[in-house]
Design a protein around this ligand. Structure first.
Ligand code: AMP
Length: 479
């Protein structure tokens, strides 16, 4: 079970949280199109509405009207292959002896089975095989004996993997980020309250101000009356493991992560791509929308170097088609690319083209687009990719593909070039990524491009000294 999602939590002084939560989920829709949900608390009881589909389909006026209370959390869930049982939609909510709990999770635990097994042995009954329910049960159990902050800390010492969580315990909204900060989470101020969200674009949508990122290992507790928040650095680690792919593909370009606007990072990566493997062609063309900021940085750097290249849109996107990954079979994925993108012949015919995208995963998009460009009359098609080859799966919350499906897992760049049918193909180096993000590789998760992970994952290599907690023995816990 992979969970690749967007989360939000809001506390307001004097108005219902449902609508602001709804707008923030719209702002985070790119992080998950499979399901959406909101849980609020009105001071007496919890209200929830969760459903499958896009945010606009899941909620109507009546649903929002019954989500009473100034405090709440929300979630959008990423599409996974094979669909989703309603049991796995979030926020996950549960009532127990010391109150109610709601949980929204972005990320993926890698020791779920161990923790679930231990809780099951203690009599906890699970309704899903997801990791979020495991976190909820563990926290509920700790809350029977400890205060909120200690209970969160105890749960953090038992779970291993990536997690950015928004949690609601009765009417108190919390945000927690895993000790290595793999997935983003930030905090913002509104005129009449506070918000915790996966990305700052959600705060912008509410006319709020980004305060800062939630620190890795930090807990943020919003005051239920919207007057402020408290923070607790529950776990401290020497190194972080921020996911570089958030900056390359997943996050919105208008979001700020680690104090950097994602758009600028992508433009810098585009510039690096030109410096590392620029090729002078008649036209530079992005794969919309993911390649756009890379292509603009690339074309600008080319122009500064005196290259005679034109930056042009040659592929038009049908914006009503969802992400290709929703399609479960290869045949459907191929058709989806054609449904999604149509060439503009006049910018392509008789010209040499550099096609720029952020990444190649299975190779479906590049193969289809190169064929499309050739059919539209391109004389040469050179492909430049704003990330290194993706050679290994992501276990930490981005649904990429299995190792077998990844085109670069067992092929050289030259083999891939041949496979996708390009005249030339170059990827960006890992060094360019670390430079553009201003981080050492010891502070990033580069698992999908190195095959070595900053978490202890069964059957995979590690890139640092990290071990999963021994469940059942709190003294030897993770942190
Ligand atoms: P593929 O066609 O399998 O090679 O996928 C590459 C295309 O999918 C690129 O255009 C990327 O922008 C996009 N992409 C990369 N990673 C993901 C992901 N995790 N989910 C959905 N799309 C992705």
């Amino acid at each position: 079970m992979h969970e690749k999602c967007g989360v939000v939590g809001i506390s307001l002084s004097d108005r219902g949280a449902a609508r602001p939560l709804y707008y923030s989920l719209y702002a985070l829709q790119h992080r998950g199109q499979e399901a959406a949900g909101i849980v609020t608390h009105d001071g007496f009881q919890q209200h929830d509405h969760v459903g499958t589909g896009m945010v606009g389909d899941v909620f109507d006026q009546e649903d929002l009207d019954q989500l009473n209370g100034p405090n709440g959390i929300g979630h959008v869930r990423y599409p996974t292959q094979g669909g989703l049982g309603a049991c796995c939609a979030q926020p996950f909510s549960v009532s127990f002896k010391s109150g109610s709990l709601g949980l929204s999770h972005n990320g993926n635990l890698v020791n779920t089975d161990e923790v679930r097994q231990e809780l099951a042995d203690l009599g906890h009954a699970f309704t899903s095989n997801g990791d979020t329910e495991v976190i909820a049960h563990d926290l509920a159990r700790n809350l029977l004996e400890e205060d909120l902050v200690r209970a969160v800390k105890s749960t953090m010492s038992r779970i291993h993997g990536s997690y950015s969580l928004t949690i609601m315990h009765d009417e108190t909204v919390l945000g927690v980020r895993d000790p290595q900060g793999n997935r983003p989470l930030c905090i913002g101020e509104l005129e009449d309250g506070y918000v915790i969200a996966s990305e700052s674009a959600a705060i912008d949508t509410l006319d709020g101000e980004l305060i800062r990122d939630v620190k890795p290992g930090e807990l943020v507790v919003l005051k239920p009356d919207g007057s402020g928040y408290d923070t607790y650095q529950l776990v401290e680690r020497e190194n972080t493991a921020h996911c570089f792919f958030e900056h390359v593909y997943f996050a919105r370009p208008d979001s700020v992560i680690n104090d950097e606007l994602v758009y600028e990072v992508r433009r810098n990566l585009g510039e690096a791509l030109w410096n590392e493997s620029g090729v002078e062609t008649d036209v530079v063309m992005p794969v919309p929308d993911s390649g756009r900021s890379f292509a603009s940085g690339y074309a600008e750097a080319a122009a500064e170097d005196g290259a005679d290249v034109e930056f042009a849109e040659g592929l038009m996107k049908n914006r009503y088609v969802g992400r290709t990954f929703i399609m479960p079979t290869q045949d459907e994925r191929e058709r989806a690319v054609r449904l999604k993108l149509n060439p503009i012949k006049s910018t392509i015919e008789g010209r040499s083209v550099t096609l720029i995208d952020d990444s190649i995963v299975r190779g479906t998009t590049s193969t289809q687009l190169i064929e499309l460009l050739r059919d539209a009359g391109a004389e040469e098609v050179h492909v430049r990719i704003g990330a290194p080859p993706i050679v290994a799966p992501c276990y930490l919350g981005i649904d990429m593909a299995t190792r077998e499906e990844l085109i670069a897992s067992d092929r050289s760049v030259e083999d891939i070039r041949d496979h996708v049918g390009a005249d030339s193909l170059s990827y960006l180096s890992i060094g360019a990524i670390t430079e553009a993000l201003g981080k050492d590789d010891t502070d990033l998760c580069l698992g999908c491009v190195t095959g070595k992970y900053p978490y202890d994952i069964e059957g995979e290599e590690r890139d640092r000294d990290v071990t999963r907690p021994t469940i059942g023995s709190p003294a030897s816990a993770d942190d």
